[in-house]
Design a protein around this ligand. Structure first.
Ligand SMILES: [Cu+2]
Length: 174
């Protein structure tokens, strides 16, 4: 009788562990590379003729040394660039980040539409539609390469401002 209970509990525990292990893979859409955690890569849907798409993700550095995102490539685009937005006079302009995007120890950079850093997928081979999955390779100076998938999301849903909050809630939901 005791033994029977033991096995029931053991089976229950194994099942719970299996469920916990499976959940991040199906929902969280996160990647780990050494001490770096990459969260929820997504790209904005584009209209036909639009040559480039904005793409976003978060990078958290849990290590003790700084690293840099130095490259993004995807079979869906001719090239990937890491951009930052900055005021030039009275005009907000974007430009490529020199020497890659540094992530300091303990720092988390969360890219989002309309502020700061973002990735541009330049020279799209075809328009990106909501629901598409775009494979890409991120290259870090020290940690090396990691394959990720950019989920293509409707531009309206991913817009800045209050929709940015919605996006954050979805992250917390994970
Ligand atoms: Cu840009």
């Amino acid at each position: 009788m005791k033994l029977h209970h033991f096995f029931q509990r053991a089976a229950g525990a194994a099942l719970a562990t299996a469920l916990l292990a499976a959940a991040p893979l199906s929902q969280a859409h996160e990647y780990k590379l050494g001490q770096l955690e990459i969260g929820h890569p997504y790209a904005r849907a584009t209209v036909p003729g639009q040559p480039a798409a904005g793409a976003y993700l978060s990078i958290e550095n849990k290590g003790a040394t700084a690293d840099r995102l130095v490259g993004v490539s995807s079979p869906a685009a001719k090239s990937g660039e890491i951009h930052t937005m900055a005021m030039e006079g009275n005009v907000m302009k974007m430009r490529e980040v020199d020497g890659g995007l540094e992530v300091k120890p303990g720092q988390k950079i969360a890219m989002q539409p309309g502020n700061g850093y973002h990735i541009m997928l330049m020279g799209l081979s075809k328009p990106l539609q909501a629901g598409d999955k775009v494979p890409a390779t991120l290259t870090f100076e020290k940690a090396g390469k990691v394959e990720v998938t950019f989920n293509v999301e409707d531009g309206k849903a991913a817009a800045a401002g209050k929709d940015g909050m919605k996006d954050m809630k979805e992250h917390m939901h994970h």
